[in-house]
Design a protein around this ligand. Structure first.
Ligand code: FAD
Length: 316
């Protein structure tokens, strides 16, 4: 079922979450162990991230270094199929531009359709860690809007290589947004303009980057509505869990902690203290978002669901 239909049918704020495929070579049981404790909150959909290849250097016998491309977390589509089969819940694969030609994308979407997957989250992906800027596949998409356009065309039966119309797909397309601005955008206004282009191209709902200050989400939603972005905007939340998160999350995700949270984080002496605060803050954020009528709250589990379970027990 489409995310937009789940939202239309819902009488209250929905619960959903995102998981990461396990590292290559690990069993799918680790995924089930993360999902099992959250099923009591009746998620309507579970997102599965996509991880493109990374480059590593291996030393050859002659002492020279060989650059090798390796995907550390493959399996997005297989995990989606396994989740749908085991839990009878909608699974949403993330689909990125990075590393995909348009034809690769078309074929990936055909696989998803055959599996009975109704939703995709269409994203650009990030640059390689070794490169400053995002570089698309030579025959791929530079921005997520182009990926959204391609899926919309397939939904009309317009595939790439064929002049005739083929059987239309029927994907509900989600897209990403950043209440604190995408780090490459010149300012929030241009970022919003690009978000509007994605919605105009066919994106039917939005999932936000994590944020810790609800005021940022509320003003972001208001700014979107003012410029005519009327689709559901699902807030994304991440419970803080370790001392390392205190500096890693602002640096990696380009977001700020509000003062009320940062002053409490400064008092934390160990991971346990951060985890406890992360749960309390997550409950506070979730209750406020729910009271304000958020269509769904989407939790980033990062494959560790214990804090999300603690929050959901108080909120859903
Ligand atoms: P875009 O919408 O293409 O925007 C990227 C930047 O380009 C923005 O600054 C935007 O303002 C600008 N821009 C857009 N269109 C134009 C234009 N026409 N001209 C000039 N500038 C333009 N990454 C993964 O690799 N795998 C995942 O599974 C994954 N899941 C994610 C889930 C969520 C909910 C979110 C919020 C992010 C996720 N990401 C994932 C990270 C995402 O790929 C990065 O944040 C990436 O840098 C931007 O992706 P986007 O789809 O927002 O890009």
């Amino acid at each position: 079922m489409k995310v937009t239909d789940h939202i239309k049918e819902a009488k209250d704020t929905l619960f959903s979450f995102e998981i990461l495929p396990p590292l290559k070579g690990k069993s799918i049981q680790s995924i089930y162990d993360g999902i099992d404790p959250l099923m009591e909150f009746q998620p309507k959909f579970v997102n599965v991230t996509y991880h493109r290849e990374e480059f590593i250097y291996k030393e050859r016998e002659n002492g020279l270094l060989e650059k090798i491309a390796i995907r550390k977390r493959p399996g997005t589509v297989g995990i989606c199929a396994a989740i749908m089969n085991k839990y009878n819940v909608d699974a949403i694969p993330h689909l990125i531009c990075g590393g995909f030609s348009k034809e690769d994308t078309e074929n990936a979407l055909i696989d998803l359709q055959f599996l009975g997957i109704d939703n995709v989250l269409a994203l650009r992906g990030d640059a390689y860690k070794t490169e400053a800027n995002f570089r698309p596949h030579p025959d791929g998409h530079q921005y997520a809007v182009k990926l959204v356009e391609q899926i919309t065309e397939m939904n009309k039966g317009n595939y790439m290589m064929d002049d005739v119309q083929l059987e239309p797909t029927n994907f509900c397309i989600g897209t990403a947004a950043y209440p604190e601005k995408h780090f490459e955008a010149m300012n929030l206004a241009t970022d919003l303009m690009h978000l509007k282009q994605k919605v105009d191209a066919g994106a039917e709902y939005i999932v936000t980057q994590m944020f810790f200050d609800n005021k940022k989400y509320f003003s972001f939603v208001e700014a979107c509505r003012n410029m005519g972005i009327m689709v559901p905007i699902i807030p994304g939340l991440k419970p803080l869990k370790t001392l390392n998160h205190i500096s890693f999350i602002p640096k990696f995700f380009h977001i700020d902690y509000p003062i009320e949270l940062s002053s409490e984080l400064l008092k934390c002496k160990d991971n346990k203290a951060v985890e406890k605060l992360g749960i309390e803050w997550g409950i506070h954020q979730s209750k406020e978002l729910k009271n304000a009528g958020a269509p769904c709250i989407h939790y980033y589990t990062m494959s560790n669901s214990s804090s999300v379970k603690a929050i959901a027990s108080e909120v859903f």
